[in-house]
Design a protein around this ligand. Structure first.
Ligand code: ZN
Length: 264
């Protein structure tokens, strides 16, 4: 069995400031260490459930945050960026049996995490068919179109509720919650224990995880700068709907993800 684990940073236990998420910052080392621990816990959970190939994508910023020493031999690492529409699950294909998300965070438009955003900090929100779209949803849709179920997510509490809105079967672990500009986190040890257990259950339960894909998908983006909406309007099929907003409708997730790659 082959699984994909996408690992971000803003939804790890303890991560709380933008500066600490940047490679080279003094606080980055501790965050990257926790990224590794949580990725390792999810990998071990997947292996407990029978996975014998585990692809782990470092899916934050440079894509080169995590030290890869010490992982089980079933693991492979996707570092840096594939520059393709699958983005944070770069390299995924139909041969995978499940996808897991670790360290994921609330989308732009949510107040559940001081680090809430969607793909970058240049937008007020991204919506799919009128509903706020997280990085989780974007990639879960992409995987679903390939027939790969999303089975597990760890991150902030508000994101876990959002995930269950889309599929109550996905196992989630809330490792922290936002309180204003602060976060309240559980211990790294408890986070890893719970992630390993829930990742195992998620992979075992993969046959019952299912996200319903819509027939047509309209992506709306509200940019923070009006000139970015103007720029995006030149992508074929994109409609500018206001000074800051654009819309794109596709008949496949792949089509929307490709547009997203160029305009967001
Ligand atoms: Zn990130």
């Amino acid at each position: 069995m082959k699984v994909y684990i996408s690992v971000d940073v803003e939804g790890l236990t303890g991560s709380t400031s933008w500066e600490s998420t940047n490679l080279g910052n003094l606080e980055h080392g501790a965050v990257a260490e926790q990224m590794k621990r949580e990725a390792m816990a999810a990998a071990l959970g997947a292996i407990d459930a029978g996975a014998d190939e585990v692809y782990i994508k470092d899916a934050h910023d440079s894509g080169r945050n995590m030290d890869i020493t010490g992982f089980p031999k079933q693991c492979r690492f996707i570092r840096d960026w594939t520059n393709s529409p699958d983005s944070m699950i770069g390299g995924i294909d139909k041969s995978f049996d499940a996808v897991l998300f670790v360290g994921y965070h609330s989308p732009a438009g949510f107040d559940g995490n001081p680090l809430s955003h969607t793909m970058n900090r240049g937008n007020n929100y991204v919506k799919f068919n009128g509903e706020l779209c997280s990085e989780f949803l974007m990639h879960a849709f992409y995987a679903a179109e390939l027939g790969v179920p999303s089975v597990f997510l760890s991150g902030d509490r508000a994101l876990c509720s959002h995930v269950h809105h889309w599929d109550p079967q996905i196992r989630t672990v809330a490792v922290k919650e936002g309180l204003g500009e602060a976060t309240i986190s559980i211990t790294p040890e408890e986070a890893c224990e719970r992630i390993r257990q829930a990742a195992r259950e998620g992979v075992e339960n993969r046959a019952s995880c299912h996200i319903q894909l819509p027939e047509t998908l309209t992506m709306e983006i509200s940019f923070k700068d009006h000139y970015r909406a103007h720029r995006a309007s030149y992508y074929p099929g994109v409609k500018q709907t206001g000074p800051y907003t654009v819309e794109f409708t596709g008949h496949s997730v792949h089509e929307v993800a490709t547009a997203r790659m160029f305009i967001l």
